[in-house]
Design a protein around this ligand. Sequence first.
Ligand SMILES: *Cc1c(COP(=O)(O)O)cnc(C)c1O
Length: 439
Amino acid sequence: MKTTNQNIKPLTTKRNEKGNLTIGGCDLTELAQKYSTPLYVMDKETLVSIAREYKDAFKSYPKFKPKFASKALMTSAIAKIMADEGFGFDVVSGGEIYTIHNAGISLENSTFNGNNKSREELELAIALDIGRVSVDNFYELELLDSILKEKNKTQKVMLRVTPGIECHTHEYIQTGHLDSKFGFDLTQLDSVVELILNKYTNVEIMGLHAHVGSQIFETKVWVDEVEVLVKEIKRIKDKFGIELQEINIGGGLGITYTECDTPPSTYEIAEKILKSLNESIKKYNIKEPVLYIEPGRSMVGTAGVSLYTLGSSKQVPNGRKYIAVNGGMADNVRPSMYGALYTAEIANKKDTNIKEKVTIAGKFCESGDILIKEIELEKPEKGDILCVYNTGAYGYSMASNYNLMLKPAMVLVNNSQSAIIVNRQTYEQLVQNDKIADI
Ligand SMILES: *Cc1c(COP(=O)(O)O)cnc(C)c1O
């Protein structure tokens, strides 16, 4: 069975009788008119189905606890949908913590992660009773314990480790290999445990946390990761007489940006991960730990599309034809940052198979601002609405105000209804923090 992450388009994508693309029963051309472009559109049905697939795929393991990696896309509405599906959150900043809290969601099922958490961020997390802090380094351990002693509180923590596993993905999104900025090296673990037991006594170790990378297609990296973590639990048990009860194996499941991407299904990874976990539990003779996963990209990527309006075009003599959209690298930095590939279609035209090969350019002042290098589109003309698929993850969350362009609005669609979940920025908001200095 194909799972959500193995689709390029949101699950509800169709063409209506006019030949227009629809998602969640909403005509994208009408959404573009009503809310203007660029516009992020999120399909609720697709969001809910991937969340339920994860829960279903891991249901044979009662101590399974999923979290959503907020950095892929965090808005109040998205937080609410994830929490309603029973997901906790992996958070990496005061801003993400504040957004979840402000949406009326408890942070008890959240883990605060990151390689340089500030004192203010840790204080906020502690004040809001965050479930876990994933301690990344010695500096943080000392800082965390000093805040806790000041406030006379204790905090349950995970220890972030680099398990020494390489995965084949873009260098910038690999995190589990040894030479990484994230987490403790396994050779440092013993001294961390010792410090927590003897010195940093307001910190309570619950388990180990790792994350091996992103947009991963090989299941073996999680299989190996699980074994490494369980083996470390056993080693710590033998040496210190304490048995850690939790492992967090991070996120990283890949999605299908183009036909060339072939990620495994959620069921396939669950089967391999659970097999490895159950075997390792037997082999190392430890209690069944709580198993946390924290997918980000695969939770929101497929559910989202970006709508743009086509504008100017340029035919290079004997070369490419460029067509520009009214957005680009500030609303989707992935093509210019990682060379990421995307698929797109014209939303307002029937498929007649009169295709033209073009390059989709953004409107930002960088030659590298090319959204799609080469794509065949249905007679693309100015005024057409371009639907770029799979922009739900790391699109809005990495958006900037480069060139002082306004950040686009975001709309949720479901059952032929649409609702704004993020307003389009305004010019007033752009300058609201500006001050003219009189010095
Ligand atoms: C980025 C990240 C995730 C989510 O990764 P995806 O590839 O988006 O699933 C999960 N855990 C940690 C620690 C991360 O840094």
